[in-house]
Design a protein around this ligand. Sequence first.
Ligand SMILES: CC(C)(COP(=O)(O)OP(=O)(O)OC[C@H]1O[C@@H](n2cnc3c(N)ncnc32)[C@H](O)[C@@H]1OP(=O)(O)O)[C@@H](O)C(=O)NCCC(=O)NCCS
Length: 188
Amino acid sequence: MLFYREIFSLLPVLTTDRLILRKMKLSDARDLFAYAKDPEVSRHVLWETHTSIRQSRRFLRAAKRQYRLGQPCSWAITLKNSGRMIGTIGFMWLNTEWLSAEVGYSLSREYWNRGLMTEALRAVIAFGFDTLRLQRIEAQHTLDNPASGRVMQHVGMQYEGTLRQRVKNKGKYEDVKLFAILRTDPRL
Ligand SMILES: CC(C)(COP(=O)(O)OP(=O)(O)OC[C@H]1O[C@@H](n2cnc3c(N)ncnc32)[C@H](O)[C@@H]1OP(=O)(O)O)[C@@H](O)C(=O)NCCC(=O)NCCS
């Protein structure tokens, strides 16, 4: 338990070819608001479309609180070349008894379809198995968001089934497709 608290407090930086995943900070508010105000980005995730930069600051303060408490949390996805924050990815929950966890992510629309989330998710899955010593990592997406399912498949996650009315998103119950990868599965 302490092990996970320490790791989530620390949240080590992860580096990929084009990205640096690091802790969110309050100075990311402008970059975050630039994409979180886009309803096309927030449509498929559980947070509401940001309507003001104050809301983005609140989001960042909540993330910082999770770091402080050592709770499952997300990285800022930043571009290596500019430092700009263009999304988030991280752990929604983690079960310390079963060593399972769920990942979630979102990306600025400006950067969709360049393989960036696949790159970020691959790094987070490696962190989950190699550093957190997890046995199973899950992810889920609503039926109208097949692009997210493609990202999951790209990294070797397998489709396990459809869960009916599993989430309530923007006031509406929605079915989700559940994907998972085990530590013994091939990573792609
Ligand atoms: C889903 C999301 C994370 C994908 O990120 P991304 O960086 O564009 O993903 P990648 O470029 O790595 O891969 C996207 C894949 O989806 C495919 N795709 C894109 N739009 C699609 C669509 N409408 N239907 C089916 N596949 C689609 C792309 O072709 C690509 O697959 P391919 O490489 O096999 O051709 C991004 O669109 C996003 O942040 N959306 C809003 C928030 C969100 O949905 N978060 C996930 C909640 S589960």
